[in-house]
Write a protein that binds this ligand. Structure first.
Ligand SMILES: [Zn+2]
Length: 435
């Protein structure tokens, strides 16, 4: 924890803000994002930027600041919590050390790097630019475990505080295809439809097997069925364009349709991106937990499993149940977590503005319109009708090892990337809010 008051300079260095934020251990669970909110409050107060803290439960706080007034509204979103750090890091995960061109620690990429970048951009604009619209900064609580106490509460109870014409949030890391880096703008994300399954049987002595009444055997059949299930291909306009762009980069000119998508993907030279491309073109099912039985000689009467299912637009919880009806048979199904998939159109002026500005910083190579396989707070914004676009690292020579450290060990971010992205956000806000 730190109570350090951020230094008031003409423009605070983004890496110093990030270093301070890393030292605040807002690990979720349990969260403690209030310390981040209080730090940001002092920082923004220093520059007379109006702000407030929303604390729905003690210690669980989101921070919102606004700059400028006017009809147009742009939201810069990030989150203040981080996932836990394991014991096996090569450096202390919460030191926030700045060394050799990097800032080190849990959250440097996900997502305190973005908190620092967005804060730095807002402060820079406050000192240099008169906006004729409103720039909203929001660093939310609770993103890492679903966002109920952060973006969830904000969108449900205080929508007017974050309502904007469009928003920038965290997004997919750049993709490396045939050794070349392509930057992404995330335009959507799949919906989690996680289920808990319970198979029931009848307990008896294992020496007289009674396999038809064995709950573990019953669950094994279900799991096997789920693993063999062949999902339907779903191509949204955005996914179709993404695949078509990737195919063209590889010299493949076939028009991609739902009927030939696997055939065309099979022709790609770079096989490393196939699992991702496969996941964004169909519902995925991953049985990840199973528990059953108590002793080697007792026929188990209960077996439980948890399954991670992710759905695409046009699909729903009912769709999943209907598709898997025969496989699931009479096992009991309970919902662990369910969110509809969410998408923002790439065919609109906001997307074009973001893309065009991004290209000024990362070059003319195609920007990939990606779909996140995981979930972010963007879904709450999209449910409010706010087009939301996700961006990640922005240096030209992105090191893949950095993105692998997200939610993993040895997380760090290069300072050059922090600066480029700050400049990008300053430019984007100027373009939209000063003309
Ligand atoms: Zn995140």
């Amino acid at each position: 924890m730190t109570n350090k008051t951020p230094e008031k300079t003409s423009v605070p260095a983004v890496e110093n803000i990030l270093s301070d934020l890393i030292k605040i251990q807002s690990v979720n669970p349990p969260g403690g994002e209030i310390a981040v909110a209080q730090y940001l409050k002092k920082l923004f107060d220093n520059y007379d930027i109006p702000n407030e803290i929303i604390e729905p439960e003690p210690g669980r706080a989101s921070f919102i600041a606004t700059l400028g007034e006017g009809e147009k509204k742009l939201l810069y979103l990030s989150h203040a919590d981080v996932v836990p750090a394991s014991e096996d890091w090569d450096f202390p995960p919460f030191s926030g050390e700045i060394k050799n061109g990097f800032v080190y620690g849990r959250g440097t990429i996900d997502c305190k790097g973005l908190v620092a970048i967005e804060a730095s951009a807002v402060i820079q604009l406050a000192q240099t630019t008169k906006l004729n619209g409103k720039l909203i900064f929001a660093a939310t609580a609770d993103e890492e475990v679903g966002g109920d106490l952060g973006a969830g509460i904000l969108s449900a109870k205080y929508p007017e505080k974050i309502m904007a014409d469009f928003a920038i949030n965290e997004g997919d890391e750049p993709l490396t295809i045939n050794g070349k880096t392509y930057h992404c703008l995330s335009v959507g994300e799949k919906g989690p439809a996680w289920m808990k399954l319970t198979a029931k049987g009848i307990s008896s002595h294992g020496s007289v097997p009674m396999l038809e009444q064995n709950a573990v055997v019953k669950m094994a059949r279900v799991i096997n069925g789920l693993a063999r299930y062949r999902p339907h291909i779903v191509l949204t306009g955005e996914t179709q364009r993404l695949l078509q762009t990737i195919a063209r980069l590889d010299g493949i000119t076939d028009a991609i349709t739902e009927d030939n998508v696997d055939e065309v993907l099979g022709k790609l030279t770079d096989k490393e991106i196939l699992p991702y491309l496969s996941a964004i073109t169909r519902m995925t099912i991953s049985p990840d937990v199973i528990h059953g039985g108590v002793k080697a000689n007792i026929v188990p009467d209960t077996c439980e499993a948890q399954v991670d299912i992710r759905i695409l637009p046009g699909q729903s919880w009912e769709y999943v149940l209907n598709e898997l009806k025969e496989i699931l048979g009479d096992v009991k199904v309970e919902q662990i977590q369910y969110h509809m998939p969410s998408f923002s159109s790439a065919e609109c002026k906001y997307y074009s503005l973001v893309e065009e500005t991004l290209k000024e910083f990362v070059g003319e190579a195609p920007i990939l319109q990606t779909i996140c396989t995981g979930a972010t707070d963007s879904r709450y914004l999209r449910e409010m009708g706010i087009p939301s676009y996700g961006i990640s690292a922005m240096t030209l020579d992105v090191d893949k090892a950095l993105s692998d450290s997200v939610h993993g060990k040895n997380e760090k971010i290069d300072i050059a990337s922090l600066h480029v992205k700050t400049d990008f956000l300053v430019k984007l806000a100027k373009k939209y809010l000063t003309d």
